[in-house]
Write a protein that binds this ligand. Sequence first.
Ligand SMILES: *Cc1c(COP(=O)(O)O)cnc(C)c1O
Length: 353
Amino acid sequence: MITFYPGPSKVSSKVSKYFQDAVLDGVLSINHRSPEFVDIYTNVSEALKEKLLIPEDYVVLFASSATECWEIIAQSLITSSSFHIYNGAFGEKWFDYTKKLKPDSQEILFDMQKVLDIKNLTIPSSAELIAITQNETSNGTALDNSTIKTLRDRFPEPLIAVDATSSMAGIQLDFLNADVWYASVQKCFGLPAGLAVMVCSPKAIERARAINERGHYNSLPFMLDMAEKYQTTYTPNVLNIYMLMRVLADASSISETTTKTHGRYKQWLEFFSEIDAISLLIEDDRVRSKTVLALTASEDEIANMKIKAKQAGITLGNGYGNLKSNTIRIANFPAIKNKEIQILMEFFRNHLS
Ligand SMILES: *Cc1c(COP(=O)(O)O)cnc(C)c1O
């Protein structure tokens, strides 16, 4: 069985080894206030900075999911309103969750086929935070580093928070261009679900301290207090944090990983350009995600392909939200093997006209 699902996705082939080591070394029973845990947290924090090129003065925090990060941001970094810019289902969900806590928050939807037009964007001066989805997993679009930089330059005042759930550790991100970045580990990190990493700039930390919201177990000031001691506010997913440490230790530099991701992306482009029955959902290369490919075909073709893929032992990503019946998605994440890509290409060759 091989999977191209864009989350939960294929885990690193080394996970079984990491898991075994965790059992043998007693990691599963260590106390989250112990020096052993503090060492693991410290190690992960340093490795994330080194491997993903996260600035030294950003703070690394743990949460249980990207969804929880939406809530942490809404409760602890916004007093009355944020501004959400999105073109797909995950950006919309983030906005929906935020509105439940901060009803004055506002949104703008942009065309998924178009480059986000920042020059003509108006953001109310009341917006304390701008929320963007760097990689929109539902439709296979992305905002590149230069777009986020332009946003930062045009709107220097509000915090910028970035959902990078399906791209962090898969492509290089310029962390300096925004204040809060988060991702859950079941996408590009190649780990099982149940853990998210959230990184905060000094400006985000300062804002959290100024607002000083302390009404929740994961209120940001409380998380930051604990992070100073390399601890968490609750008993965390120690196993996954340990495996994250191992995955990062074995990971290539992010520039090498980016080269690999881009190379595979190009391979897929060439491949699909020769097949008539299926095409990329997003037409403009500048807005296409490099880590998640959305493909579109007739509803019959999609339905047929899903059945055939299942029979062949291949899991494809279903279309998401309103794109369910006429798209499929395939992950282009680092843990996927070249051999598996060859198998999927062979499958498409045999089952598509
Ligand atoms: C998968 C995903 C999420 C949700 O992640 P959870 O860990 O399930 O909360 C949020 N945003 C994006 C862009 C995603 O791809």
